[in-house]
Design a protein around this ligand. Sequence first.
Ligand code: MTE
Length: 316
Amino acid sequence: MLIQRPEDILSSEITPRTLFDGRREFIKAAGAGVLAGAALFAGLSRRAWAGGKFTDLQKSPHSILETPNSLREITTYNNFVEFGFGDKGQPAERAGAMRTRPWTVSIEGLVRKPRTLAIEDILKIAPLEERIYRLRCVEGWSMVIPWVGFPLAALIRQVEPLGSAKYVEFITQMEPAAMPGLNLPYLDWPYTEGLRLDEALHPLTIMAVGLYGEVLPNQNGAPLRLVVPWKYGFKSGKSIVRIRFTDKQPRTSWNIAQPEEYGFYANVNPDVSHPRWSQDKERRIGEFFKRRTLPFNGYADQVAPLYADMDLRKFY
Ligand code: MTE
């Protein structure tokens, strides 16, 4: 991705986990009712933290067993171009200005029952789960994130897609007063992503509404964001306002910007290099040595059959 080449990421930008593992302290603070816990998150805008704890979260059998990155790492090292480009700290500093209530999501296109749902109703569609997933960015870094969410399939069932629906388009929020990045020329706004319908219905694909048991911070895509763990992070659109079912492959922001670098599928694939760098290794944020990147980000057993007849060098 344009944002930063892997070699350009300064080690000083990558917060060592031991320094800022705010997680345990955060949980204690939340228990004591000190949600914004200001001192724990020096540098993280208080306004960016919507606050609010989810109760009765189900543990998901789809979670991986790796240790999650710290809350601070997950919430201060972000890509959210609407709030700036290139500086991973900018989304945390600026995204607090985005309004996330009231929030509705319009679900439309080739469906029997188009609907506009308030976020409060979306939260009731299915039991919320904690899902610990790897996120692998196309830039060459990765994290492990304990999302709170529910299967996208549950939302899709609400609108009953027609037989002609083959793809799903995700369109994200534009709030010009809060998003200085909308003036940047890099992307076609609004930020738009897409999936094939079978990818969208896959049990690993979730809509995330929180992380670490709390409401999503704005910089991570509040109040509703897509998470597709076997694809590069850019497929996971943040702050979604429209979901549209189509019969044609949707155009997507990064694919329009640089088609030879960012394909529609964007499955994590160590065998297909980005034109400007290899994708066979990744740096887990908080670690020094690189790890090997796994096919489909480690989810090959579950998702490789979706692409059984496809040449993944061509459909990158
Ligand atoms: N969604 C929107 N609306 N705008 C963006 O710029 N960036 C994408 C994706 N979703 C982006 C977005 C990219 S490039 C990545 S790697 C992930 O969000 C990063 O998610 P994170 O900041 O929660 O790790």
